[in-house]
Design a protein around this ligand. Structure first.
Ligand code: SF4
Length: 346
């Protein structure tokens, strides 16, 4: 009976070193293989040219490398690139490269589908199949870094966890992936250039504070009034705004990091003065920044972006209360790569 081979990238560097010692080889061989796996992103043992043929065969007999495959790459007229990424079990997730004049940002997925049910989001229509492994998250970043160098002549500068899935529902794997991304033995990126965007899972926000993480936090808020938020993000009934705010206060006390809120204004949903005032009230406890994001309608058109007068009203109320506000235009709309549109349609 054939035994299932283990994914070699599930091993830590120490475990790899131990493995080689048990094989009667030098621990150092583990370092070499680790470097091939993570710094050089080797897709096969064959690629490991400074390892003897015999050792490569031994690795082949014992392990697999479950690398992701970019099944389809779509390029938008504005330079945005969307990857449909095939995982070893044939499930697909999507990730996006967003270039601007000053930065190139990777928007990566953390789950196949999503465990939450935001009504305005295309991903919520997909059942959550499973969490992504740390290496599957890492590989998405490497693929986008390569594309950034190839098509935009510069390395990736920023990462946002805003693709498919709620990253705090896959916290341990997201953390491990970020460790690899920021490690000098991985991509060596600064954690300050990484934003984990959550719909607001209070317990996990507190855990992030306790874990003293160095990356940034963004919260998809969309309404600071419980009834309205619950109507568009039903899980808010379980994690109401008072709990979210308390968790954010805890986060701010521990990190002293400004809190960023992602916020879409929809016609007939949160487009009144009282909505903007509630947002100001919610933000008051800590230095805050609000990103007003352009919305991209999904199939049924139930949610429509509010008009520019409403956006101006929000901006003036937030600025009058000394809250930093930016209005973000979406990118990659022509390839369904914009915020809230990721749904494996490619
Ligand atoms: S917005 Fe984010 S958390 Fe909400 S359903 Fe979509 S992917 Fe999940």
């Amino acid at each position: 009976m054939e035994t299932k081979k283990k994914d070699i990238r599930a091993l830590t560097k120490d475990q790899l070193r131990e493995f080689f010692v048990k094989q009667g080889d030098k621990a150092f061989r583990g370092n070499q293989v680790y470097e091939w796996l993570w710094q050089k992103s080797a897709y096969s043992f064959e690629d490991m040219t400074n390892i003897s043929l015999e050792t490569r065969q031994m690795l082949e007999d014992n392990f697999v490398i479950n690398h992701i495959k970019v099944d389809q790459m779509q390029r938008s007229a504005d330079g945005t690139i969307k990857n449909a990424v095939r995982l070893h079990d044939n499930l697909i997730v999507e990730s996006v490269l967003i270039p601007t004049a000053t930065r190139t940002t990777a928007c990566v997925s953390s789950q196949v589908g999503c465990s939450l049910d935001c009504r305005f989001c295309a991903t919520s229509r997909l059942k959550r199949m499973r969490n992504l492994n740390p290496d599957e998250i890492y590989d998405q970043v490497v693929a986008i870094d390569n594309e950034s160098r190839l098509y935009h002549n510069r390395p990736l500068s920023n990462i946002v966890f805003m693709g498919m899935g709620e990253p705090l529902m896959n916290y341990n794997n997201v953390l491990k992936a970020i460790d690899k991304i920021t490690s000098p033995e991985g991509l060596g990126m600064s954690p300050k250039r990484i934003v984990v965007s959550t719909s607001g899972v209070p317990k996990m926000i507190k855990k992030m504070a306790d874990d003293n993480v160095k990356f940034k936090l963004a919260v998809s808020l969309h309404s600071a009034i419980d009834d309205i938020r619950t109507s568009i993000m039903p899980f808010n009934a379980t994690f109401p705004l008072t709990d979210l705010r308390e968790a954010l206060q805890y986060w701010y006390a521990a990190t002293k990091n400004r809190i960023t809120y992602e916020y879409v204004i929809w016609d007939g949903i949160n487009d009144q003065r009282k909505d903007a005032e509630a947002l100001v009230e919610f933000c008051k406890f800590a230095p805050s920044k609000v990103n007003l994001i352009e919305y991209n309608p999904i199939d049924d058109g139930e949610f429509q972006q509010a008009n520019s007068k409403v956006i101006d009203m929000y901006v003036s109320i937030l600025e009058a209360n000394n809250i930093t506000v930016t209005v973000r235009r979406s990118r990659g709309k022509d390839i369904d790569a914009a915020c809230g549109q990721l749904a494996n349609k490619s």
